[in-house]
Each structure stands twice: as C-alpha cells, then as structure tokens.
Design a protein around this ligand. Sequence first.
Ligand code: ADP
Ligand code: MG
Length: 222
Amino acid sequence: MGLDTAWAVAFLHAAALSMAEHRDELIALDRAIGDSDHGENMDRGFEAVVAKLGDTPPESPAAALKLTAMVLMSKVGGAAGPLYGTAFLRAATALGETADVGPDVLVSALQAALDGVVARGKAEAGDKTMVDAWIPAVAAARDAATAGEPAAAVLAAAASAAAAGAAATEPMLARKGRASYLGERSVGHRDPGAQSSALLLLAAAQAASQQDSHAGSPESPR
Ligand code: ADP
Ligand code: MG
C-alpha cells in the first residue's frame, strides 16, 4: 500500500510540529548567515497550513500539497516562501489524482519539487541552499525505489540523505540568497533552508512509517 490522503494530512501536522519545535534553531541558523527570520517564517507558514487543513479538508494527497503551496506562497515571506510554494505545487502536480502514492510516483513528486526549487531560485549543487538537501534526497529516494522499497522506506531514505546534505552545507561558501552577501563569512554555518528541508522530509517519512504501522491493524492501540 502506498501513501494516502491521511498520510498527507499527518505529514503536514508533523511538519507544523517540527517547525514549531525547531523554530529557535532555524532562527539561530538564519541569524548566523541571514536575517534571523527563517524559523519564524516556517513556523507561521505551517501553522497557517494546519488551520487551512481544518477549514477545508483535502480529498487527495495532491490537494493537501496544493493547499500547502498556496498557504506558503501567501503567508511565508522571504526567499523560502516562494521556493517551498513552488516545490509543493510541482509535487502536487506530479502526484495527479492518485489516492495511493506508490514509490515511483513519490520519486517523481520529489524530483518535481527539486526541479521547482531550481527553476525558481537557479541554485546549483554546492551553492549552500536548500537544493543541497534536496539533491541527495531525490537521489536516495530514487535508489530506494529502484531497489524495490515501499513508499515509506523511500521517504526514510530521502530524509536521511537530506539530513546529511544539510550538514554538508556547513563548510560551503554561499553563492545564492542573502547568505551570499557574507562571502567567506558564510563558511562554517549550516544553511537554514537546507535544515528546514531535511526536517520537512523527516516529518513526511515519520508520517509514512506511522501509516505503515497502523495498516491492517485498525484496532491496535498504537
Ligand atoms: P530570506 O533569505 O529572504 O530571509 P528565508 O530566511 O526564509 O528567506 O530563507 C532562507 C533560505 O532560502 C536559505 O537558507 C536557502 O536555503 C534558501 N534560498 C535562498 N535563496 C535561494 C535560491 N536562490 N535557491 C534555493 N534556495 C534558496
Ligand atoms: Mg532569512
């Protein structure tokens, strides 16, 4: 079984919790090489996503991601709002109408999200941006799907590669976004957008593994 609408909703709730929990950490990362707003932007944006999910419950995984895109584009300022908005919108389009997202469609959606970020922000690998989390995430997801792994494992692989990718931005010199104004002084700090990307993919993976553990045992207490 793949990922369904309940997974998408659980993912977005988990994402909102994670952005709230890591708000200060993301603020501190953005303080070092930016303008300190990334944690607040992401927390506020996902809080608004959760509110919108309550108002208009989505009827497909794609609808959930599209709703997220719209909210992030309108509520999150800075560079990250439009970039994540584009990522969620492209991923929604790649999912199409399916109610059951399998590993191959999932990989297409992750690739589409990355392509959207690149189309919008024009960053390349090594520029010290969220792209440096997404590139290894998509590659790991593709490898897992090719190896026959189910969707939950594909997301787990993506999340752990994104975390490694975010950590790998620390020694990089920023060439895009606000951090690039710092030149050499950007070296030695982790990119905040790469870190939030890794956290979002982790939330997606955790929601999927919970869906898996519930599958087939609706009466089990956990
Ligand atoms: P701002 O830089 O406008 O304050 P945020 O602080 O919300 O916006 O987001 C900063 C993050 O956005 C960076 O850490 C980086 O990951 C990402 N980012 C900035 N510019 C680009 C770009 N051109 N391409 C990809 N990601 C980018
Ligand atoms: Mg900022």
